[in-house]
Design a protein around this ligand. Structure first.
Ligand SMILES: Cc1cc2nc3c(=O)[nH]c(=O)nc-3n(C[C@H](O)[C@H](O)[C@H](O)COP(=O)(O)OP(=O)(O)OC[C@H]3O[C@@H](n4cnc5c(N)ncnc54)[C@H](O)[C@@H]3O)c2cc1C
Length: 453
């Protein structure tokens, strides 16, 4: 959709070919439904713990049915932005059907016809990765593609996979009243995050009553009447009502007939140059299908880069180093750039502020978590991780500073309003400044000041 809007701005008359509904995973099975349910689940949790803020606790009932209804209403509301008519008004022609390549510059669309173009942008997204688990087909399971269609949540759900999707869904289910058991083959949840961040989240989930079984690569499941049994490698058995597979996503390319277009694939991913062009010089691949970070903002960024490169000279390369990501749990986790261990291995230093030191976190009763920023010798930001209240919003000024090469001394020289979570950034910058005063040069400066006074 972003590619077609960009192409129409540049004066072309693009066609979008979509085999289901405009809006893709983000609207129907990803960001929008999950964030809507997270909002309900977080409020439900806050109501149950209102005494923390000096209020009477209320235990909400019939949580999941009404929260699921609300989520579907929100999805329909946001779907209006992706109404085909809106695209037609912009000079874009939407066509509905499954597309496959007939030859390098022609697509065949089931039930519609053929489309020939000098410029084709592949944006077919990703689909759930299904691991080879014995008994899965007989037993039945859900993925993010159908979990949002449930009418009511099960009493007990087993979630296989503790990446961002598994963990967000675990908190939703648990807070809306299901018993949740997570199985993860790695030794910690959210394995892509810094260990201190994932361990902090793990402790929060455990404290909320979620069961987590680490180092468990599930290879077998079994049906038992209406129940399902998840069997761990050391033969422990867990009886659940529903299994959610959250074991990753893989590019959606199987129906595209890419060979007919001379488009190379590497390890199941469409191979692209940094300019996003494929091995076919008239085809670009954007979003989840090209194997880059799987986020909506990355899909948008890559779509606008590819359209630019398709129509204009001096192709631009895609650059992921300042691209942030957020996990919308409570508290939120956010990250940009290098992890602290990656940065430190390059000689960088990491500065950390715990949320319990921030007045705003204290007033709002949200003191769990921390913010850390790794910087080079000049104070240039190389990476940052946050786990804590509004961690996603708090990361945004750090991304801006990092992208434009601002240093922590420049941040320290900026006035931040009190009391805000943004002060966490200022505090980190101040600890960097303090560390400079502890250097040999800083000691000389302090001696001069003492001498002058
Ligand atoms: C549960 C979940 C939560 C998520 N939450 C977030 C979040 O909070 N923030 C975030 O940034 N990202 C989130 N994501 C990831 C985000 O949804 C994806 O990164 C994003 O949708 C990728 O966009 P895309 O355009 O590449 O693919 P998609 O949005 O999946 O669009 C691909 C489209 O191509 C169509 N298609 C596929 N094959 C064909 C074909 N052969 N012919 C015609 N049409 C075809 C599909 O029907 C689909 O509509 C989440 C994902 C999941 C699963």
């Amino acid at each position: 959709m972003i590619s077609s809007i960009g192409a129409s701005y540049l004066g072309s008359r693009p066609a979008i070919i979509e085999h289901k509904r405009l809006g893709g995973d983000c609207l129907w099975t990803g960001c929008v439904p999950s964030k809507s349910l997270l909002a309900s689940s977080h409020l439900s949790h806050a109501m149950k713990h209102a005494e923390k803020l000096g209020l009477q606790t209320i235990v909400p009932t019939e949580n999941s049915r009404t929260a699921l209804e609300r989520m579907r209403n929100i999805r329909s509301k946001i779907a209006l932005h992706d109404d085909p008519e809106r695209f037609r008004k912009m000079g874009i022609d939407p066509h509905f059907g499954l597309a496959r390549f007939k030859n390098p510059d022609t697509l065949e669309v089931e039930g519609v016809g053929t489309f020939k173009s000098k410029r084709i942008i592949l944006a077919t997204g990703a689909r759930p990765k299904i691991p080879p688990i014995e008994g899965l087909d007989k037993c039945g399971y859900l993925t993010y593609e159908n979990i949002f269609e449930l009418e009511v949540y099960p009493n007990c759900i087993g979630i296989i996979g503790a990446g961002p999707v598994g963990i967000e869904m675990a908190q939703i289910f648990n807070r809306l009243g299901s018993k949740v058991v997570i199985f993860e083959m790695k030794n910690r949840i959210l394995n892509e995050e810094d260990p201190d961040v994932s361990i902090c989240m793990q402790n929060i989930l455990l404290s909320e009553g979620i069961q987590i079984h680490l180092g468990n690569q599930i290879e077998k499941v079994k049906a038992d009447g209406y129940k399902k049994i998840i069997i761990t490698p050391n033969n422990e058995r867990f009886i659940v009502d529903t299994i959610l597979l959250a074991t990753g996503r893989e590019p959606s390319i199987n129906t595209l007939n890419l060979e007919a277009a001379n488009i190379d694939i590497e390890n199941g991913i469409v191979r692209t140059a940094s300019t996003l062009v494929t091995s076919n010089k008239g085809v670009w691949a954007v979003g989840d299908v090209n194997g880059g970070p799987q986020f909506t903002h990355v899909a948008e960024y890559s779509a606008s880069t590819a359209v630019r490169n398709a129509f204009l000279p001096f192709a631009k390369s895609i650059e992921y180093s300042c691209v942030p990501h957020i996990i919308f749990t409570d508290p939120e986790i956010s990250h940009v750039g290098l992890t602290s261990s990656q940065a430190e291995s390059k000689g960088a230093k990491t500065f950390r502020v715990d949320f319990e030191e921030l007045d705003r976190a204290i007033t709002d009763g949200k003191t769990e978590g921390f913010l850390k920023i790794s910087v080079d010798r000049r104070g240039k930001i190389l990476g940052s991780s946050i786990i804590g209240y509004r961690g996603g919003e708090l990361l945004q000024p750090i991304v801006l500073a990092m992208k434009h090469g601002l240093t922590l001394p420049q941040v320290a020289d900026t006035v931040f309003a009190y009391p805000t979570m943004g002060e966490g950034l200022k505090r980190t910058a101040m600890s960097y400044q303090k560390s400079r005063l502890e250097s040999p040069l800083g000691s000389i400066l302090k001696k001069c000041i003492t001498w002058l006074n």
